[in-house]
Design a protein around this ligand. Structure first.
Ligand SMILES: *Cc1c(COP(=O)(O)O)cnc(C)c1O
Length: 360
């Protein structure tokens, strides 16, 4: 029997979403971005299911090492690169690839002697002002890296889009233009597009694409859901729990901490084993839909650590043990994120350790 609260993974959906990436970017290589425990889906399992991509990317060196120790032998790119000599040694020893985005890293590279070969991704900052060199720094860093014997040539070149989820924002085309101009005279493969870039900005599709969220079947665009807006993506994660108690409520009865919700007319209340201790956000607003036996019912009262409460309605025949879906097929995580005034990324990677991940 499944635990009370569990996240179920549909790995077939993952394969399907990967096909959509291929369809959108038929000539590009795919770097599947699975940082933050594969957006909460479980790093080793998702990496194993993505054998056919050309590379995996994670944010940090320790995530990459975890994959290597799990037997993952294909290419792994560390998006934040290394920031000290130990991390650089790990990158070399575990045969990882890394993004070079700051002068500090150039200095570290010059300190190292090795007979290993290292694949570097040089990053241009085209307007995000987070990681990456400005144009002059980029050209300078490129020449520096050319001189380092243990770096594989030609060096790969990348940038990251800050506003690709905003379809009206011309900043994206400016970023793409800036990147193409700055890399014009350099050889080496190019990479720009995240999920939003892949889905909405064909100009951003170059040698490599870097899908994250869309692999998990979720839309990167505000107020859109991956299934309703016909990207054809299928959600990989569904978050499940069950009813553990039913209460008959009368007019005026208050529910939960702070007695925030009061019963307006007699009803049946369902108590469900999921809470912010599982990653269901505490600030999810009242009336947020929850699927009980496949029927949408509204959240009432505050979300507590281990439980939420829903208004089942007076005629409901739901009983303890009945299945509940918090998000997944039929109840898009994008919609729940909206109800919690956040983005689907935070809900997915906010799933806590207590939630067991099972395969469908
Ligand atoms: C997270 C990340 C991605 C993937 O972004 P999604 O919006 O999830 O597709 C791509 N590139 C970089 C550098 C990232 O940090």
């Amino acid at each position: 029997m499944n635990p009370a609260a569990y996240a179920e993974l549909d790995l077939e959906a993952l394969g399907h979403n990967l096909k959509i990436v291929r369809h959108k970017a038929p000539n590009a290589k795919i770097m599947a971005v699975i940082k933050a425990n594969a957006y909460g889906h479980g790093l080793p399992r998702v990496a194993a299911a993505l054998q056919e991509v050309e590379a995996i990317a994670v944010a940090r060196v320790d995530e990459a090492i975890r994959l290597r120790k799990n037997g993952h032998t294909s290419r792994i790119v560390v998006l934040e690169g290394f920031s000290c000599i130990d991390e650089l040694q790990d990158i070399l020893n575990f045969h990882l690839e890394a993004v070079i985005h700051t002068e500090h890293q150039l200095a570290l590279l010059k300190k190292v002697r090795t007979d290993k070969i290292f694949a570097a991704w040089l990053k241009l900052d085209t307007g995000m002002n987070r990681l990456g060199f400005n144009e002059q720094g980029f050209a300078f860093a490129y020449r520096q890296l050319q001189e380092i014997r243990f770096i594989e040539k030609p060096i790969r070149l990348m940038t990251h889009l800050a506003n690709a989820d905003d379809l009206q924002n011309s900043a994206t085309l400016q970023q793409i233009g800036k990147f193409k101009q700055a890399t014009e005279h350099f050889s080496g493969e190019l990479s720009i597009a995240n999920s939003a870039g892949i889905l909405a900005w064909p100009e951003a599709i170059t040698d490599w694409v870097r899908p994250g969220l869309m692999l998990f079947g979720v839309s990167p665009f505000p107020k859109k859901t991956a299934d309703h807006d016909h990207f054809g993506l299928r959600p990989v994660m569904s978050l499940h729990s069950r009813i553990i108690a039913i209460k008959q409520l009368n007019v005026g009865d208050a529910v939960g901490y702070g007695s925030q919700w009061r019963c307006q007319k007699a009803t049946r209340l369902g108590v469900i084993a999921i809470g912010y201790g599982d990653g269901y956000p505490r600030h999810t607003r009242p009336e947020t839909p929850v699927l009980v036996n496949g029927i949408r019912v509204p959240l009432v009262g505050r979300v507590s650590m281990d439980m939420i409460t829903v208004d089942l309605g007076i005629g409901s025949d739901a009983k303890p043990g009945d299945p509940v879906l918090l998000w997944g097929p039929g109840l898009p995580v994008e919609e729940i994120a909206d109800c919690a005034e956040t983005i689907p990324y935070t809900l997915l990677c906010g799933i806590t350790q207590r939630v067991q991940i099972v395969e469908k």
